[in-house]
Every structure is written in C-alpha cells, then in structure tokens.
Ligand binder design. Structure first.
Ligand SMILES: [Zn+2]
Length: 255
C-alpha cells in the first residue's frame, strides 16, 4: 500500500510532515519542530505516532522530540553525529542504513553542508524524499557548520534521484527563494510560473511542499549551476558548476 504523507506548517516557517503506513498503522514525524502542531496533525489524520525521524540537530527540528516521546512512547531515530543533541534517540543512523516505518523503508543518506550531521530519508518505493534543510523548494540550506563542497555534493546526490521524487523540505522559504531565483534567471518561464503559484499559495495560507525533483531541476538555481545563464549571473564558468554554486550561495546569503 502506498505511503500517505501529511505536511503542515509549524513554528514560524518550519514544515512538519507525517508519513503513514496504511498497512501497519505506523506513522513517523519527520523532525519535531513543535509539539502542538504535530499533535494537531495526528488528531486531524487519526494516525498514531510510532517514530520520529530526525534530519539534523538544530533546535527548530528537535525541540519537540522529548515531549512527543514522553507522550506517545514513540521510537526516536537520529543521525549518529547528532547524538548529543538528541539524547533520547533510540536508534542512531548513518550513511547506508535503512529505517523501517511499519512496512515502509527509508534509505539514510548523509547530506552534510547545512550542518555536518545532516541526513535525508529516501522512501524509494514511494519516491518520497525528506531532505530537511539541505534542499528547499527553489533554494537550499545555508552553509552553517558544514562546508560548500559538502553541500554541493549533497545536492548533487539528491538531484540524481528520479525526476518524479517528491521533495519534502524542512522550511517554507519559497517566496524569498523565488525572488532570489528570479534575480539569477529573470527569463526562466517555468520559474515565473512557479513564483506565481507560490504567491497564490501564500494568500491561501498553504505552501509549495512537496515539489518534485523535476520542478527543482527546472527552477532551483542551486540545481542549475551548470546552465550558462546561471553561471553568467555570478560571472563564473558553467564548466565549473561548483564555483557557480558557491558564488550563488554566497550571493543568496546577502540577498
Ligand atoms: Zn537547520
């Protein structure tokens, strides 16, 4: 049976997500930014929380973990490198591990760059990607305690997943990301259409998650570093996409 996903806003601009296995009733929260909206999402869907899958150690992704675990007895899965920040973790994961949510199975990818402990969860059978603060709709995470090459390689790796992959990111930054993307590629028609969609979504109090990898490859400047016009926007050579990417990320930091 296909997985079901419910995504919702929490905190200021975090996106919470629940993934549910209808065959077994198992349900995982991807990160735990804030307890109350996650409990509300569980009440709304009628799903019972069995697991939390943590993507990385930042407090806006883990601060609801303890409370939810105390309340539900759920299992907590976290990156091995984030074990100090997630002391209640029951299972520590790293590159190459798989995680079960009922009968659903996720592959664990280490996707450092935003921070060094970051992992993404890829539910290959359902083509669902939870990538936390690595890849956003129309953008990517800031380099905090990771490195530019790390983030570049992480994004390249995610970009190699199938085009139809559904991308669930950890924040709704789509309007500011979109404004930046348009500064990079003012003539990108798909991007203009996406931005119009984002503006409408904001008015409707909704958000553009999930997107698909195909959409991101067509509109997200950080996945388009090899395109001539994108490279030109930062005066770099499209044959050196890493330098294009780095210049874009530095430009976005001050945009
Ligand atoms: Zn973060």
């Amino acid at each position: 049976m296909p997985a079901q996903v419910h995504a919702f806003l929490c905190l200021q601009d975090n996106i919470g997500a629940l993934i549910h296995d209808p065959a077994t009733g198992a349900c995982a929260s991807i990160d735990a930014p804030e307890e109350a909206p996650i409990l509300a999402a569980l009440a709304k869907t009628g799903w019972q929380l069995t697991d939390i899958l943590v993507t990385h150690r930042h407090s806006d992704h883990v601060q609801g973990v303890e409370g939810l675990k105390a309340r539900t007895g759920c299992r907590v899965v976290a990156p091995r490198k984030a074990r100090e920040q997630v002391p209640s973790a029951d299972v520590l994961v790293q590159e190459g591990d798989t995680v079960q949510v009922g009968a659903l199975e996720a592959e664990v990818f280490e996707t450092p760059g935003h921070c060094s402990d970051h992992v993404s969860y890829w539910f290959a059978a359902d083509r669902i990607l939870f990538c936390g603060d690595t890849l956003f709709t129309l953008g990517c995470g800031r380099v905090l305690d990771g490195s530019y090459p790390d983030l570049w390689h992480s994004l390249q790796r995610l970009a190699a997943l199938p085009d139809e992959a559904k991308v669930y990111s950890g924040h709704d930054y789509v309007l500011s990301n979109g404004r930046f993307a348009l500064a990079v590629e003012p003539g990108n028609e798909a991007l203009k259409a996406r931005m119009a969609e984002a503006e409408k979504a904001r008015l409707d109090k909704t958000f553009l998650v999930p997107s698909t990898l195909a959409q991101e490859k067509g509109t997200n400047p950080f996945l388009r570093a090899g395109q001539a016009l994108v490279a030109k926007s930062v005066n770099q050579d499209p044959d050196d996409p890493f330098e294009v990417f780095k210049a874009l990320r530095e430009w976005k930091n001050t945009f």
